[in-house]
Write a new protein. Structure first.
Length: 153
């Protein structure tokens, strides 16, 4: 394992000995397994991604109820990543953080836009939105990973 990868893993495990970290094909936090997974640690963006997932682990993030809750969880994980990075003398590029958060903001905006009048609308439950302007309601997928489709109900 290259020195850069070994150093970051060693530093993080010394700082957080109770967080289980394992190699995988992608970066993610599994609350069910209580494991942070990472795919590569070859560059600083990989390090930032790992620190972000560590942020989820530190806060023991689990399920979210609304799309806005998910955005707030992501913000909290990035804030924690910045604190951890500071302890490790690493600086996370703020533009990178905002670019990552923009993916969630864009996703939330698409889901909350009324398919009839294009007003931004309110989320009623995990998969239903309702427009306060034209009273249209629609369902969205529960998954953040899936393309945004709105089905009128």
């Amino acid at each position: 394992m290259p020195q850069l990868q070994t150093n970051i893993l060693k530093q993080i495990t010394e700082l957080y000995p109770n967080i289980n970290i394992q190699k995988s094909d992608q970066f993610y936090w599994s609350p069910r397994e209580q494991i942070v997974y990472y795919s590569s640690l070859e560059n600083e963006v990989d390090h930032w991604s790992l620190l972000h997932e560590i942020g989820h682990a530190i806060h023991n993030h689990r399920k979210f109820k609304t799309d806005f809750d998910l955005l707030m969880i992501e913000i909290e994980a990035w804030q924690e990543a910045k604190r951890t990075a500071s302890n490790l003398s690493i600086e996370i590029d703020e533009d990178h953080i905002q670019d990552c958060l923009d993916t969630y903001r864009d996703w939330l905006y698409l889901r909350s836009t009324c398919p009839i009048c294009t007003s931004t609308s309110l989320q009623l439950d995990s998969k239903t939105y309702s427009c306060i302007n034209c009273r249209q309601s629609w369902n969205v997928s529960k998954s953040r990973q899936k393309r945004c489709y709105r089905k009128k109900i």
